[in-house]
Design a protein around this ligand. Structure first.
Ligand SMILES: Nc1ncnc2c1ncn2[C@@H]1O[C@H](COP(=O)(O)OP(=O)(O)OP(=O)(O)O)[C@@H](O)[C@H]1O
Length: 227
């Protein structure tokens, strides 16, 4: 039986007291690539934030990579995030340090003490995203696509059970979006599970995967034709 990495049942997603999505029932299996689409303001980011513990799950049931979202305590959130890799639209790299030091910072913060092991892991993840030769650069010396590759490498550092990518191509031109998508496709083919929020329909047509849609306070699966 396939391993379930995310399961929500009759979940409601709120922003403060406002109900954004109701009765959400979703399952994601290990190895899946799943899109989350929907208009601006339909709740994609709110959904993602609930999954990484930024918004509490107030109603319904939810488990993600072994954590119960409905009982998630503040002190558990760093441990949840270690099992997730989160990628944002605006990359969120630290501008005052090199690519290598951005990644080393995360490894140190998550308990990697041995410098040689850190270096090895950094090389491995940069290799996966084709950025190994640019580890000495500062983020502002890189293009948007390169910065997003580094952000993906950072998400891979602790071998996450699920990668949550919230509009990872939102700041990129169409050609660069395709290049970043190729990276995501490849890491999915290597076994990583990915949930990606996007409103880039061209990408969805080019790379068809299971698609969930946020609309009218609901989330439902759509088939490619009706996207
Ligand atoms: N911090 C907040 N406090 C209160 N309401 C919020 C907050 N953030 C978002 N919302 C509201 O929640 C709803 C869903 O927003 P959300 O950002 O999840 O949508 P989205 O689908 O990700 O949109 P986009 O594609 O523009 O990123 C919107 O009506 C928005 O106004």
């Amino acid at each position: 039986m396939s391993e379930i990495v995310l399961s929500l049942k009759n979940a409601s997603i709120f922003q403060r007291e406002n109900l954004i999505l109701s009765d959400v029932t979703v399952k994601i299996k290990k190895g899946d690539f799943v899109y989350l689409i929907g208009k601006t303001g339909s709740g994609k980011s709110s959904f993602m934030k609930t999954l990484y513990g930024d918004i509490p799950l107030q109603k319904g049931q939810g488990t993600i990579v072994g954590f119960d979202l409905s009982t998630l305590a503040e002190r558990e959130i760093p441990f949840l995030r270690r099992k997730l890799g989160v990628v944002f639209q605006d990359f969120q790299l630290l501008n005052d340090r090199t690519v290598k030091d951005n990644l080393a910072f995360v490894l140190t913060a998550t308990g990697w003490k041995d410098k040689a092991k850190q270096d090895q892991r950094i090389n491995e993840v940069l290799e996966k995203v084709g950025m190994k030769t640019k580890d000495f650069k500062y983020p502002y010396q890189l293009s948007g696509g390169e910065q997003q590759r580094v952000a993906i490498a950072r998400a891979l550092l602790n071998d996450p059970e699920l990668i949550l990518a919230d509009e990872p191509t939102g700041n990129l031109d169409p050609q660069t979006s395709v290049e970043v998508m190729e990276v995501l496709k490849e890491i999915n083919q290597n076994g990583n599970t990915i949930l990606m929020a996007t409103h880039d329909y061209a990408l969805i047509l080019k790379y068809p995967y299971k698609t969930l849609k946020c609309d009218d306070h609901q989330i439902f699966e759509v088939v490619q034709k009706t996207v």
